[in-house]
Design a protein around this ligand. Sequence first.
Ligand SMILES: *Cc1c(COP(=O)(O)O)cnc(C)c1O
Length: 394
Amino acid sequence: MKCDAEKVIYMDNNATTRIAPEVVDAMMPFLTECYGNPSSMHVFGGQVGRVVEKARKQVADLIGSEPSEITFTSCGTESDSTAILSALQAYPEKRHIVTTRVEHPAIKHLCENLSRMTGHKYRITRLQVESDGTLDIEKYEEALTEDTAIVSIMWANNETGVIFPVEKMASIAKEHGILFHTDAVQAVGKIAIDLSTIDVDFLSLSGHKLHAPKGVGVLYVKKGTPFVPFIVGGHQEGGRRGGTENVASIIGLGRACELAQEMMGEENSRVRALRDRLEQGLLASVPKSMLNGHKVDRLPNTTNISFEFVEGEAILLHMNLYNICASSGSACTSGSLEPSHVLRAMGVPFTAAHGSIRFSLSIYNTEAEVDFVLEKMPPIIAELRELSPFWKAE
Ligand SMILES: *Cc1c(COP(=O)(O)O)cnc(C)c1O
């Protein structure tokens, strides 16, 4: 199969990222000659085990943790499930979870299922967000009760890039003696994270959101936090997760974390400037367009813009003609055109939520690409509006 990656203008990095060439290089030996099992007693396996430990250190260094606090998993979703289910088993008498209305489906659907499958044994508080996607810290504190087993609040939102005050919320949870989990899949590698000074008990991250392969993730578990494994089997990962390690991908993730550390400055200067240029250009050149999410408390790579009175899906199809990849907040799931739960929670009007496009950049984007998108978008929107009965009615 041929994917013509050179032709594509890829601005969908919150969905997945390109594997960095340096990461592929680091992985190759472990897909070919170095195929030993890290748990084996012989040297052939043992040497692989040592490289897995090096990767664990590379991940730990990026987030300011100890290597012993890092458990490799199969993805961000597994890490999320593991954290929540662990807390519920560690405190079987507690029946309450605090989360938000804007979580990724990995947390949203897990909480919904937990509640439904146990005949509503678990009570879930889903915190409302403000119209700019931020959280009210007082309402957060009011939601915590004696019965709360765990708080799960994402570090940064995948759709809008809005960053939540995790440090503050984690310390409030700590004061109440409640475990705190954060889904940091979008934050790790994009903004500085130092867990050595923060009261987070669990943190999830995922390889494919930071230029490592799909199918590898990490659950950070703070030293001393009670932990019950989700996947039970062999004694891998210090007994925290059974199953032979995905060695090549783990090595890749370690290298990607090292690169992310080196690139953090560029992400927050050059990538941020590209994002701002794109955002300001689109808002200035397209009438009835608006930014979704807080302007400042946001990831440097993400912008989510609504173009009123057009369908996001239709915009994406037209962008496809120019090989521009982004994503829309009106995922046409199972035939029903439901606007994104994140934009709905923010109270974005129906006509705007349907026409929202998320552009998420990376270090591989260029100024020429941004200029190309700025040239193509206004006529696409104008053309679609000509066809829209809602636009005509305006
Ligand atoms: C992508 C993503 C996940 C899921 O990670 P996978 O590795 O794809 O399972 C979870 N949370 C957020 C915020 C994400 O963006």
